[in-house]
Design a protein around this ligand. Structure first.
Ligand code: UN1
Length: 503
């Protein structure tokens, strides 16, 4: 495989190298499929941190002077390299993170897609021209690169989320420092190797750095004044800390945090769409997407029918080695995730929830680790406290509603505000759901589920989800600074607001 790392090899621009056995601070990358140790990866130390931030600053001065469309050519080449290695990159995601191979291929496809998007953007970083109130004056808006951008990512999308940020940030003229999840450092190093080879080949400065380590590296980046923007994806707890740190130095941040996503199933819902959307949303990636469906809000007249259809569908779900395409999902990321799954189920039941399906870890000699769990359906009342929690596992809570207003209220009653959906053929319901009186989430879908967003839209959500928008639409504006210029092309100096000043 192309992503083999040699002992003590240092990648250009990276601080990470693969040590077989060392006593330094190490990350242990293990496969959740069978708990084998894949690699020990060294964490960066203080000296390396300093050295590489300084190099990044110097390289930014060169990179920002390369015209944006030429920066786009680099991103285009990067996308092509990723396309050439699509299968191997997907295998690495499945190996290190455990998601089904088809989903890993989808994740790599997201990288290729965002590269295309960023290349197009590299010729479209438009500012406005604005009418001046003064004679012989005009106003224009310029967008300039920010500088250094810190990208903190989670284990569940160990490649694509970095790519949403990095590719757009590159065409905007920034140099990126990536702090990947400590659970998936190899995914980061594999992509970094592609970037490093390419910058060498294209004779460009190093514009990408990987800082491996635990949360302390993220903390250091968020407190570092030299990093103009921190884009962080992960838990709300982590996001709050990053926001506090970055705000204390008045830096910029972009947060994409937890979701607690619901689908409203109305009386008019098309059943052929309902079951596949719900099942993919709830068990895809073993329920470890931030867009995973966690709650179903079902109209009471069709409640029993939906419940029965779901129990029937859940019985068909196959769990096993994620490399084997016959399985719908593989292991959870680690033992800790299984414990959280078990605790959430216990809590749901303790507070009156009724377990309809699943609810336990799978004990089977065919599975090579104990990280595999059954998909779980639990009937709950809307005041069950567990409904407020985001558990990264395939647990789906079923709730009942009477009126569409009540359904929207339940949708919005959680702290998070990432994704939401309604299944309806009724125009009034779908329009209400997507109106200012409807869903309070960043994503509000009609007749599709909550997960699997395309890269072309702005991705992110409100409230505890952090308020940031990444990926498509005009998210690029987060990665640049705006400058307003007023130009006087006349021989007089009229002041704005008609103020008179004579000397
Ligand atoms: C995430 O889980 O952090 O919309 C990102 C989706 C994917 C991205 C999820 N395109 O489900």
């Amino acid at each position: 495989m192309f992503f083999q790392f040699n002992e003590n090899e240092t990648l250009p621009g990276a601080l990470s190298c693969y040590h077989k056995y060392t006593s330094n601070d190490l990350l242990y990358s293990t496969s959740p499929i069978d708990n084998t140790l894949l690699a020990r990866v060294s964490c960066i130390n203080a000296e390396q941190y300093e050295k590489f931030v300084q190099i990044a600053q110097e390289n930014f001065l060169k990179w920002r002077n390369i015209p944006a469309p030429q920066r786009g050519i680099f991103v285009k080449r990067f996308g092509q390299e990723v396309q050439n290695k699509k299968g191997e990159l997907a295998q690495l995601i499945t190996l290190e993170m455990g998601k089904p191979i088809r989903e890993s291929l989808g994740e790599v496809q997201e990288i290729i897609d965002i590269c295309d998007f960023a290349v197009g953007l590299s010729r479209q970083l438009y500012g406005l021209t604005i009418q001046s109130e003064r004679p012989e004056h005009k106003m224009i808006e310029n967008w300039h690169p920010l500088g250094l951008v810190g990208i903190i990512t989670a284990f569940n999308f160990p490649m694509a989320v970095w790519a949403w940020n990095s590719t757009i940030s590159w065409v905007c003229g920034n140099v990126n420092i990536w702090k990947p999840s400590e659970k998936t450092p190899l995914c980061a190093l594999a992509l970094h190797k592609i970037v490093s080879n390419l910058v060498r080949e294209m004779n460009l400065p190093d514009i990408s750095f990987v800082f491996t380590g635990d949360y302390k590296i993220g903390e250091q980046l968020s407190l570092d004044k030299r990093i103009q923007l921190i884009s962080a994806t992960g838990s709300t707890r982590m996001g709050r800390q990053v926001a506090r740190n970055v705000a204390s130095r008045l830096g910029k941040y972009l947060l994409e945090l937890g979701g607690n996503n619901a689908i409203i199933i109305t009386e008019s819902a098309d059943f052929n769409l309902v079951i596949p959307s719900v099942v993919f949303g709830a068990i895809g990636t073993a329920g470890q997407r931030c867009t995973s469906t966690r709650r179903l809000i079902i109209q009471e007249s069709i409640y029993e029918r939906v419940k029965e259809a779901l129990v029937h569908a859940y019985k068909q779900v196959k769990i096993g080695d994620p490399n084997d395409e016959q399985y719908h999902y593989g292991p959870l990321i680690d033992e800790n995730a299984v414990i959280l799954y078990e605790k959430s189920i216990q809590s749901a039941v303790f507070h009156g929830g009724k377990l309809l399906y699943g609810g336990k870890r799978i004990e089977s000699s065919e599975l090579k680790s104990k990280n595999y769990v059954l998909p779980t359906l639990i009937e709950v009342e809307k005041d069950n406290p567990i409904v407020q929690e985001e558990t990264f596992a395939p647990i789906l809570y079923l709730l009942k509603y009477k009126t569409i207003q009540e359904a929207i209220e339940i949708n919005n009653q959680v702290a998070q505000g990432l994704s939401s959906a309604i299944m309806t053929l009724n125009l009034r319901e779908s329009e209400l759901f997507t109106s200012q009186n409807g869903s309070d989430c960043g994503i509000a879908n009609i007749n599709i589920g909550t997960s699997g967003a395309e890269i072309g839209g702005a991705f992110g959500g409100e409230k505890d989800t952090g308020g940031g928008r990444e990926s498509g639409s005009d998210s690029w504006k987060n990665y640049m600074r705006r400058q307003t210029t007023t130009i006087n092309y006349g021989i007089n100096l009229p002041l704005a607001q008609g103020i008179k000043f004579e000397i």
